[in-house]
Design a protein around this ligand. Structure first.
Ligand SMILES: Cc1cc2nc3c(=O)[nH]c(=O)nc-3n(C[C@H](O)[C@H](O)[C@H](O)COP(=O)(O)OP(=O)(O)OC[C@H]3O[C@@H](n4cnc5c(N)ncnc54)[C@H](O)[C@@H]3O)c2cc1C
Length: 408
């Protein structure tokens, strides 16, 4: 098998890259280790920055997102039983974010790829990436019980944190920067309308809590033609800070609701609507960056190169930024013969990656309570939150980071 760009992984990074290359007239093959149903059901991110929304629309993959996604113009911060709304458009010159789940982004991109794009092989596990120092890199993979080789001009590793592509960078050239947080997120999906129409980020002495939401399944709204479904039709996505290593099954459903209620409580009588919990899982929290993001003809994109804690909703958006940067660089190369932008790939992506790492770290340490937090640390957090509610400069910085750093 032979192609111009071998893409490993059909998460958001790999699928969007295949679409961008298809639109630019560049052929690719996508290898995905799991089956289609698994990829389409994996619950993960849910917030698209303005820049990601624009990219999906321009790629012809925004039609259902515009119909079913929910534009959000702000978030609410809660602390000391108070609430403070951060209004994005006012602070950022009109920018906002879109609530549209990663599962739906993947479904849309898979449907487009199978209809119009190049080969997308499910249950095709990449075993190794070879020859990236030369002109003809190869991906060895296993598909339908036998081993095969994909010959390429370029390989893009979009295979997430646990993939194989990063291993093709010689250990002596790799630099890893990482931090593991001493807590994780217990996330639940609940079949009940969200109790607030925007995301609520709560800092509490017992730990962080987040109220979020997901669009309903399309099949419930087959005739919906107008933009954005009503908030009442959404389901609740809720998170609690829990100690690292917690087993989700340790938490009974009623205990989860009780704890959410405690951490999200306000002095003005706001109430939390309860409903049946349909899924429950724990996500560990880490910050991780692998440098460089390119070695020879291998380019790393998305979680294969970096991980952020989910607090700032940056993971999926960083993946979008990386593949847009690669697609632009390769298009430039094909049109002009110049490798300049490909050579600058790692540096260009890393500038944005580190800003997202900083933002995610700051949001995480602002809102989560470390197990060894002292009374001084608590007061510091409250002072930082107080500052956000009283200084337009501080609030603008938050709104700017949340709605996204520009693509160069
Ligand atoms: C449990 C969890 C919860 C998350 N929650 C949030 C959130 O709430 N908000 C947020 O912003 N971000 C969240 N993230 C991060 C966000 O989902 C990721 O940043 C995003 O998925 C990155 O996309 P990606 O395409 O780079 O990687 P992935 O989505 O991980 O996709 C990688 C793909 O490669 C495939 N693959 C792996 N190895 C191979 C191989 N050897 N051969 C072929 N295919 C392979 C995998 O099966 C997968 O389909 C979460 C991540 C996790 C793990």
């Amino acid at each position: 098998m032979r192609t111009t760009v071998g893409i490993i992984g059909a998460g958001p990074a790999g699928l969007l890259l295949a679409r961008l290359l298809h639109n630019a007239g560049i052929d690719s093959v996508v290898l995905e280790a799991r089956d289609r149903a698994y990829v389409e059901r994996r619950q993960r991110a849910g917030i698209l920055e303005q820049g990601s929304v624009d990219v999906l629309r321009a790629a012809g993959a925004g039609e259902r997102m515009d119909r079913e996604g929910l534009r959000h113009d702000g978030i609410e911060l809660r602390f000391a039983r108070r609430r403070h709304r951060v209004d994005f458009p006012t602070l950022t010159g009109g920018r906002s974010v879109m609530v549209y789940a990663q599962t739906e982004v993947c479904k849309d991109l898979i449907a487009l790829q199978l209809k119009e794009g190049g080969p997308l092989l499910f249950e095709a596990e990449a075993l190794a990436v070879e020859g990236v120092d030369g002109h003809s890199p190869r991906v060895r993979f296993r598909h339908e019980g036998s081993e095969d080789v994909l010959e390429c001009e370029y390989v893009v590793g979009c295979d997430g944190f646990w993939g194989v592509s990063r291993k093709a960078v010689p250990a002596g050239l790799s630099r890893v920067f990482e931090y593991t947080y001493p807590f994780g997120w217990l996330g639940v999906l609940a079949d009940v309308a969200p109790s607030h129409d925007e995301l609520v980020y709560a800092r509490h002495d017992r730990g962080f809590a987040l109220l979020s939401m997901r669009p309903p399944a399309t099949r419930h709204h087959p005739s919906k033609e107008v933009a954005s479904l009503p908030i009442e039709s959404f389901v609740s996505r809720l998170y609690l800070q829990v100690p690292a290593g917690t087993d989700a099954e340790e938490w009974a459903d009623e205990e989860i609701w009780d704890e959410l209620e405690r951490r999200l409580e306000t002095a003005d009588g706001w109430t939390l609507a309860r409903g049946p919990i349909t899924s429950k899982s724990v996500t560990p929290m880490r910050s991780y960056v692998h440098e460089p993001m390119r070695h020879g003809r291998l380019f790393l994109a998305g979680d294969a190169a970096h991980i952020v804690p989910p607090t700032g909703a940056k993971g999926l958006n960083l993946a979008v930024g990386d593949v847009v940067t690669f697609a632009r660089a390769l298009t430039h190369q094909q049109e002009t013969g110049s490798d300049d932008l490909l050579d600058a790939y790692s540096e260009t992506c890393l500038r944005r990656v580190w800003q997202a790492e900083r933002f995610s770290y700051e949001m995480t340490t602002l809102l989560h309570r470390a197990p060894d937090a002292t009374p001084f640390d608590d007061r510091m957090q409250l002072a930082r939150l107080e500052r956000l509610t009283t200084s337009r400069a501080a609030e603008t910085d938050l709104a700017d980071g949340y709605t996204g750093f520009p693509l160069e």
